[in-house]
Design a protein around this ligand. Structure first.
Ligand SMILES: Nc1nc2c([nH]c(=O)n2[C@@H]2O[C@H](COP(=O)(O)OP(=O)(O)OP(=O)(O)O)[C@@H](O)[C@H]2O)c(=O)[nH]1
Length: 154
């Protein structure tokens, strides 16, 4: 039986992540440092929304910190979301994936032990990634295919 106090103790941790979409039809993926949760896996750059932040201001901050590039909140659009229950502590993660086609600067891995790579639609699902990211990656593939088609169209 689920007790009311247990139900009330559950919390949802919001994580925001970004599909940075290159006009050639590639998305930037980030390799997580091995000493962190999901270390060694590929994921969309981003992180936790801190208290008093909006989701949009959190993703703008995280992308500056992690990739050294500037994005505008007004350019962001929703791509998909995924949820995961963390059974050990009663918490769950709500991962919101945004997309943008616009940024300023050259994206690079700013964190020690991290790396980034531009990835096309054929390679994306080959990368080892956290379980939450698999449905999100599937939602990104048609966007990449659409961009690649637009680039090669006469
Ligand atoms: N950024 C990001 N986190 C993800 C993805 N998929 C996924 O399961 N997560 C998980 O969501 C959580 C986000 O935490 P984080 O460590 O990136 O956040 P942060 O940068 O704000 O935290 P920090 O201060 O510990 O570095 C991690 O447990 C991470 O493994 C994803 O695509 N992007």
């Amino acid at each position: 039986m689920v007790r009311a106090d247990m139900e009330n103790s559950s919390t949802v941790r919001i994580v925001v992540a970004l599909a940075l979409l290159h006009p050639s039809g590639q998305v930037l993926m980030q390799h997580r440092p091995r000493n962190k949760a999901h270390g060694g896996l590929w994921e969309f750059p981003g992180g936790k929304v801190e208290p008093h932040e909006t989701c949009e201001s959190a993703i703008v901050r995280e992308i500056d910190e992690e990739l050294g590039v500037v994005i505008e909140a007004a350019d962001l659009f929703p791509v998909s979301f995924a949820t995961e229950a963390l059974v050990d502590n009663g918490q769950s993660i709500l991962l919101l994936l945004y997309g943008t086609r616009n940024w300023q600067g050259v994206a690079q891995a700013m964190e020690a032990g991290s790396e980034v790579r531009w990835t096309g639609p054929d390679e994306l699902l080959q990368l080892p990634m956290p379980p939450l990211d698999v449905p999100l990656a599937r939602a990104v593939i048609p966007l990449l295919e659409g961009l690649a088609k637009a680039t090669t169209a006469p």
